[in-house]
Write a protein that binds this ligand. Structure first.
Ligand SMILES: [Zn+2]
Length: 104
């Protein structure tokens, strides 16, 4: 079921702004549909610690930090809890492997 998730929509817009700021491409920027695909794939769980998320607590995280990758396409995004997102900060996810997805 696709809920209304105004906070995620807002994050996605902020993400586009930051991508432009770092000189990244926005022609392949994740859309809201991409975000829902991501949620379909991973479920409402943090990609790093596996804690349950809600539309209010989920944070959009760049697997490879935007500063390095300049990439906000769907392939570089996961949903994380605020604690993991804050703790991970700019560390690339090679140090923070994505451990949780519905398919694994
Ligand atoms: Zn987490």
């Amino acid at each position: 079921m696709r809920l209304l998730a105004p906070k995620l929509v807002k994050q996605l817009q902020g993400c586009k702004r930051r991508t432009l700021q770092v000189g990244g491409r926005v022609d392949n920027h994740a859309t809201l549909d991409d975000l829902w695909d991501l949620i379909d794939e991973h479920g409402w769980i943090c990609a790093y610690c596996g804690n349950p998320l809600t539309a209010d607590t989920a944070a959009i995280d760049h697997r490879i930090p935007l500063k390095i990758s300049h990439d906000s396409s769907k392939n570089n995004l996961v949903l994380a809890c605020r604690a993991c997102n804050a703790e991970k900060h700019d560390a690339p996810s090679m140090f923070w492997p994505v451990r949780w997805s519905k398919s694994s």
